[in-house]
Write a protein that binds this ligand. Structure first.
Ligand SMILES: Cc1ncc(COP(=O)(O)O)c(C=O)c1O
Length: 373
């Protein structure tokens, strides 16, 4: 007999609550696609591309099969290839580094700033060599990286900037949205993302026609005309069901991001009241965080995690390893190298439940438990 695990009292993320809140809209959108009978690239994808471009404030958006593919195809479309060095953060999801290696380039990792857990611009400037061709910064957890400082470095050295926006759709710096700052941005529609489908999906956003044209070719086997292939590409198409679902959800995204921001404020107030030695995420002036994750920092992280887990509260270590320490990247020989801030983030950060439908009562309870000593 298969046993069914009891649900958590408060999950890290509750996608069923979100579906319940928009069920009629989603069901209608799915039914329309089924009735139309066109499933791969089609009218829903085309309209979604226009809507996401307008949302992010870019001229173009190209739907692809995942956020990982969006990064890889954006790098290729920006001309990054074998032997090129790409400077990126030591602290992110693996796909950030994987995409660089997939195009034959060399990831050059630098440490993060502890204020935001994003790449440290001073370290980026120090890591530039004659082989550097691009920067691949991540808007981690939904807080934009130091946009002006990185654009200045890129400008000074003639580098491309590919933004990893997987966790940051809707995040802003001085009124402009993630994806609109560099040469191209990569979005992920993985189900747990702030804008998530019901399967894999991703998108490249860019202001440059040539980059957009190139991604459009790459996602369909390098072909513009059927059965005529101009270059080696791949199959990385977004499907109509995902696009239809994402179009419904995009209409709610601003309200959901606002609810996440309000929940972050509630957490901060609850932790401040508790007087606990738990550091809550910061939002720097001029930036708008969209709290894909709400990660608290504590030197007693493992105790906090054990306490929450035994109370049935979902929490997760995001991330338990830096990128340079990953076994898959051992060929780079960086295993023993110290990245002081990223190494401490690995030991001290814990993601708490964060989703729009979280209630004040739940937040208060989580903060009380997390703060107890
Ligand atoms: C920072 C970051 N980059 C890239 C990705 C890859 O996105 P996907 O899972 O859609 O391939 C993710 C998502 O998991 C991510 O969090």
């Amino acid at each position: 007999m298969t046993s069914v695990r009891a649900p958590l009292t408060i999950p890290l993320l509750d996608l069923r609550a979100q579906y319940r809140s928009i069920k009629p809209e989603i069901d209608t959108a799915i039914q329309q696609v089924l009735d139309r009978g066109q499933f791969i690239l089609g009218p829903e994808v085309e309209v979604l591309e226009r809507e996401v471009a307008a949302y992010c404030g870019t001229r173009h958006a190209i739907g692809v099969a995942s956020g990982t593919d969006a990064l890889e195809l954006a790098l290729r479309a920006c001309g990054i290839g074998p032997g090129d060095e790409v400077i990126t953060t030591a602290y992110s999801f693996f796909a950030t580094a994987e995409a660089i290696v997939a195009v034959g380039a060399i990831p050059v990792f630098v440490d993060i700033e502890l204020a935001t857990y994003n790449i440290d611009p001073d370290q980026v400037a120090a890591a530039v060599t004659p082989k550097t061709k691009a920067l691949l910064p991540v808007h981690l957890y939904g807080h934009p990286y130091a946009v002006d400082a990185l654009q200045a470095i890129a400008h000074r050295h003639g580098l491309k900037v590919i933004e990893d926006c997987a966790q940051a759709i809707g995040a802003e710096y001085q009124g402009r949205r993630a994806g609109a700052f560099g040469d191209a941005g990569a979005l992920s529609f993985f189900p747990t993302k702030n804008l998530g489908g019901y399967g894999d999906g991703g998108m490249v956003v860019t202001n440059y026609q040539a980059t957009a044209d190139q991604v459009r070719l790459l996602r369909v086997h390098g072909s513009k005309e059927k059965y005529w292939h101009l270059m080696m590409g791949r199959n990385s198409r977004l499907d109509e069901l995902q696009a239809a679902i994402l179009r419904v959800k995009l209409r709610h995204l601003d309200a959901w991001n606002s609810a996440r921001r309000a929940n972050a404020e509630r957490y901060r107030a609850a932790f401040a009241k508790s007087g606990a030695l738990v550091e809550t995420p910061k939002e720097l002036p001029g930036y708008q965080h969209v709290y894909h994750q709400f990660c608290v920092r504590s030197t007693r992280r493992d105790e906090v995690k054990a306490r929450l887990t035994s109370a049935g509260i979902g929490c997760q270590v995001y991330y338990p390893s830096t990128l340079p320490a990953q076994p898959a990247l051992s060929a780079l020989g960086l295993q023993g190298k110290a990245f002081a801030h990223a190494d401490s983030a690995v030991k001290e950060l814990l993601a708490l439940p964060m989703f729009p439908e979280l209630s004040l009562e739940q937040i208060t309870r989580i903060a009380q438990l997390a703060a107890a000593s």
